[in-house]
Design a protein around this ligand. Structure first.
Ligand code: HEM
Length: 522
């Protein structure tokens, strides 16, 4: 055995020290050269008080060339036309999920882990069953509007964001987990606040040095709170899922005698659809289903509410547009034998669709969309000669910055109103041209129109969102007059559309703003 004295003698030997130093440096060099090269693009100037303006200026400065943008974690902003070759690359080359996992600090927050069941069930069953869910949505939204806003014989101030958040949570909950759970106060509160609390947890992990995260995050209050949420949601869901989970344990993936099909139709909801999409060998548990439902709520509730809030702010500022929409709704509803709108009727509401899309064009969720992580071991060689090294994070500009909807991407007739202008019928006008009828819809994505992403990972919930948003708007427009001022004024004098806030690269409508509502006298 080596004694301490021998070890000390060895350590003091110059030749041993030199060999150790050599080994250490060769290890460092090896590690250094195995690191992927840094992206080699010009860096955009960033004015931290104005991220959007900085991005816009960079976009016009670098034209159709990629550039680096950001503060600590720089994104490579690639020109939109390159999406054509990037949008459908597999996860092993360009990954959405790994980027999301990284951005959400999934290792510590538990967010973004195994999202496949929720993505697949939204993409398949939720989208395919819109004819069934649309009727249920109309009932639930009628209940939610009555409960949340109710009768307003006189002009009354309404905090739109807060009211819509609850209406959207009730409507989504009805389709995600069904009644009675969807109306349970604790459940509503959890699905709404989970987004806010998770966002706090993500921010808090970001503040801790990466070396200390494995030790400190377990004591971080916001993370403990979000874990506690998930346990509470699992407890709420457990009674509903226990029998199904038990049955699914014996189910083969291609089993024709699917246990879910034996359920009564009122138990068909996202939570039960999810169970079909677990990989064989992975047994669903109430906890894992709860995680997926919370991820769905995280993806759905605030995005839908912000889109709707912007639309209402735009409508209130211009009541004359609201009247045109009411006429269209009345005309199309009159064709419905039961008075309820059906899946096949919704596409006829072209003006409504155009209005929502134009509002979203002017008010996207953020100025850089489609964030992805380059996972290809050798990086990605682009057709324009540029090279994206492994581990670089890329994104494209969204509608406000892209010159997206530049008339050159659209049909030339009729001449397009200026892109700086809010033109509510921009897209319905375009659809009035032969061959264009099914293009330019709210749910349509393209290289330039990226508010729902584009390609392999484009938002699978956008078809559901479109129907939910339209159903809520239809009921509000039929029931209330809406204005920015105390007697229903549109934009005039001191009465203006509520503002949009910008935080880094995100936009959101002022959540504390109020509009004025009054029962319509028809
Ligand atoms: C107006 C409302 C919504 C907006 C603006 C929106 C936007 C987005 C965006 C930008 C993405 C990322 C796409 C990409 O980077 O390519 C996304 C993903 C996703 N959205 Fe939505 N979304 C909305 C509503 C919904 C709803 C209602 C649901 C569920 C019912 C939903 C479920 C999802 C899911 C599951 C993903 C992840 C897709 C994947 O991992 O492949 N979204 N959404």
């Amino acid at each position: 055995m080596l004694d301490t004295l021998t070890l000390k003698t060895w350590a003091a030997s110059p030749s041993i020290q030199a060999t150790a130093a050599l080994l250490f440096f060769s290890f460092v060099l090896q590690w250094y050269f195995s690191l992927p090269p840094k992206p080699n693009f010009p860096r955009a100037d960033l004015d931290e008080k104005d991220w959007h303006g900085s991005l816009e200026r960079a976009k016009s400065k670098f034209q159709n060339k990629p550039f680096l943008f950001g503060k600590n974690k720089e994104l490579v902003i690639v020109p939109n036309y390159l999406l054509e070759e990037l949008k459908d690359l597999p996860d092993a080359e360009l990954s959405f999920h790994q980027q999301v996992y990284k951005l959400l600090h999934g290792k510590y927050t538990g967010l973004g882990v195994n999202p496949q069941p929720i993505v697949d069930s939204v993409k398949n069953e939720l989208t395919m069953n819109i004819n069934v869910t649309l009727a249920i949505l109309q009932d639930e939204i009628r209940y939610a509007v009555e409960e949340g806003i109710g009768n307003l014989p006189d002009w009354t101030k309404v905090n739109v964001f807060g009211k819509l958040l609850r209406i959207v949570a009730l409507a989504s909950g009805r389709i995600f987990v069904g009644r009675p759970l969807s109306r349970d106060e604790d459940w509503i509160d959890m699905t709404i606040n989970y987004t806010v609390d998770s966002s706090n947890a993500i921010k808090d992990v970001g503040k801790i040095s990466p070396w200390l995260r494995p030790f400190l995050t377990r004591f971080t209050p916001s993370i403990r709170m979000s874990m506690a949420y998930r346990r509470r949601v699992a407890e709420k869901l457990r009674p509903q899922l226990e029998d199904l989970i038990e049955a699914s344990k014996n189910l083969k993936k291609d089993d024709e005698d699917d246990h879910i099909d034996i359920l009564p139709s009122d138990q068909h909801n996202l939570a039960t659809w999810l169970l079909r999409h677990y990989d064989q060998g992975i047994k669903p548990t109430a906890e894992s289903v709860a995680d997926n439902i919370l991820s769905g709520s995280f993806a759905a509730i605030h995005t839908t509410t912000m889109t709707l809030t912007n639309v209402l702010y735009d409508l209130a500022a211009h009541p004359e547009w609201a009247d045109i929409l009411r006429e269209e709704i009345q005309y199309i509803s009159a064709e419905e034998p039961t008075g309820k709108l059906r899946k096949k009727t919704m596409p006829k509401l072209r003006k409504l669709d155009s209005f929502i899309k134009e509002s979203q064009r002017i008010n996207p969720l953020g100025s850089a969309m489609l964030q992805r992580l380059v996972t290809a071991p050798k990086g990605i060689q682009l057709s324009n000669g540029d090279y994206l090294p492994r581990d670089s994070m890329i994104a494209v500009c969204s509608a406000r910055q892209t010159g997206a909807y530049d008339p050159k991407y659209l049909s030339p007739q009729p001449p397009q109103p200026s892109l700086d202008e809010f033109h509510p019928w921009r897209f319905s006008d375009l659809r009035s041209h032969p061959g264009e009828e099914n293009k330019h819809q709210f749910v349509t994505t393209s290289n330039e129109n990226t508010v729902f992403g584009h390609g392999r990972w484009a938002c699978p919930g956008r078809f559901f969102a479109s129907n939910e948003i339209k159903t809520i708007l239809i009921q509000l427009l039929q029931r209330y007059d809406i204005g920015v001022g105390p007697v229903g004024q549109g934009e005039c004098g001191e009465w203006k559309r509520p503002i949009t806030f910008c935080v880094d690269m995100a936009y959101y409508p002022d959540p504390s703003a109020t509009l004025y509502f009054r029962d319509r006298k028809v």
